[in-house]
Every structure is written in structure tokens, then in C-alpha cells.
Design a protein around this ligand. Sequence first.
Ligand SMILES: CC(C)(COP(=O)(O)OP(=O)(O)OC[C@H]1O[C@@H](n2cnc3c(N)ncnc32)[C@H](O)[C@@H]1O)[C@@H](O)C(=O)NCCC(=O)NCCS
Ligand SMILES: Nc1ncnc2c1ncn2[C@@H]1O[C@H](COP(=O)(O)OP(=O)(O)OP(=O)(O)O)[C@@H](O)[C@H]1O
Length: 199
Amino acid sequence: MALTIGLTGGIASGKSTVTGMIRELGIPVIDADQVARDVVKVGEEAYAQIVATFGQDILQANGEIDRAKLGAIVFHNERERKKLNAIVHPAVRRRMMAEKEAYVQNGAKTIVLDIPLLFESELTHFIDKVIVVYVDDEVQLERLMKRNGFSKEEALARIRSQLPLREKVKKADAVINNNGTVEETKQQLLQILTEWDAL
Ligand SMILES: CC(C)(COP(=O)(O)OP(=O)(O)OC[C@H]1O[C@@H](n2cnc3c(N)ncnc32)[C@H](O)[C@@H]1O)[C@@H](O)C(=O)NCCC(=O)NCCS
Ligand SMILES: Nc1ncnc2c1ncn2[C@@H]1O[C@H](COP(=O)(O)OP(=O)(O)OP(=O)(O)O)[C@@H](O)[C@H]1O
């Protein structure tokens, strides 16, 4: 039986940093943000539903979804965000399960699913263990503003669109504290994976 690990955390808490380390260890990672981009490409079912719901205004000249425009709508309005989630999340769930199954068929011992909204979107039922990548509020805000060039207001709007990190920690099987150095984070990861016989 393959071990399926869900990796989650808050926006800019360090999930990609950790999945980079996991990939280096030879463990396959399925990235929900990437899948969420794929399922809204021109021609996909979710694309048509998004255009029908949010109108042509959220499209770029080439017909692709303008992510900045759509983000500006949904991160400031919970009702609109729920509409988008209801379109995108089922498609993400289906595709991630299919990708996971392909890795299982190929004999993978461990598979990691990187899902920022693991708890919010009730995706936990096909996960065996959950790792939460945690950082303190001020570290999260600072790293998000720096990485994305967001104002404090833009960064806080995104942070507040998610379940508080402290709540996620309570639901975790293991927590990686990413306030420190990248090396310290790697040591915590290795310890968890060794404990779970995931390597
Ligand atoms: C709103 C969109 C177009 C903005 O795109 P953008 O390229 O600016 O951001 P990106 O997709 O890279 O997401 C960045 C981070 O924002 C957070 N985030 C994204 N969507 C949501 C959401 N619906 N609710 C809360 N946080 C979210 C996540 O932490 C994610 O890692 C896009 O995030 C989207 O389509 N979201 C809905 C799908 C979704 O929930 N994706 C998250 C993984 S399932
Ligand atoms: N331990 C660390 N020390 C210093 N900077 C870090 C550390 N971990 C991550 N960072 C930086 O913080 C930012 C956020 O990290 P990362 O992109 O891994 O987060 P994420 O959780 O994947 O974000 P998102 O939810 O947006 O996908 C990045 O710019 C990254 O380089």
C-alpha cells in the first residue's frame, strides 16, 4: 500500500520550498496549484464555467483567464470565491486522484499531494497523513509581500481567505516549523519521513 501524504500550510508558509526537498528525495509530488491552473486552460470544462459565471471581463486578449483580475475579485469577496471554488475544486480533485492512481500503479511507495486548501476544501479523505508547514504570522506576511511584491493590504486579503495556520496545525499529523533556516526545515522533514517509513 502506498503512503499518501498531504502537505499543506498557509500561503507563502513554505510548501514549495518543502516539496522541492521532497522531489530531490525521489518522492513524487502532485501540486494542486499547478493542477488548478491546468483545469482552467482554454477549452477545459471549468474554463467555460468560469467565463459563464464571471463574464468576459476576466479574460486576457488571447482568451486565457487573467489570473490577477480574477484574484482581485475572489480574494476580496467570499461569495465570489465560493463560486470559483465550486467550479475549480471538483475538477482539481478528480485530476489529482487520477494522477495519484497513476503513481500507485507505477509502484510508488510514497506520494505527496501539495494542497494549500487541504482542510478548507475537504480533500482529506484520500490522504493517510498530513504535514502542515507552519510559520508565524509576521514571517508569513513579510515573505508573501517580498515574494509577490504585494502591498500589506493585498497580502492580508489572501492570508485571510484561508483557515488560520494555527487551526491547520491542530489538525496535522506532523508540523514543520519553517520560521528558521531552510536547512532546519529540511532536518524536520527528514525526521518525519523517516518516522513514517516514507523514504
Ligand atoms: C484566484 C486565482 C485565479 C489567482 O491566481 P494566482 O495565479 O494569482 O494565484 P495561485 O493560483 O498561484 O495561488 C496562490 C496561492 O493563493 C492561495 N489561494 C488560491 N486560491 C485560493 C482560494 N480559492 N481560497 C484561498 N486561498 C487561495 C493558495 O495558497 C495558493 O497557493 C487562482 O488562485 C484560482 O483559480 N483559485 C481557485 C482555485 C484554488 O482554490 N486553487 C488553490 C489550490 S486547489
Ligand atoms: N526557511 C526559509 N527562510 C527564508 N525564506 C524562506 C524560507 N522558506 C521559504 N522561504 C521563502 O518564502 C517564500 C514563500 O515560500 P514558498 O514559495 O515555498 O511558499 P508556499 O507555501 O509554497 O507558497 P504558496 O502558498 O503561495 O504556493 C519564498 O520566497 C521562499 O523562498
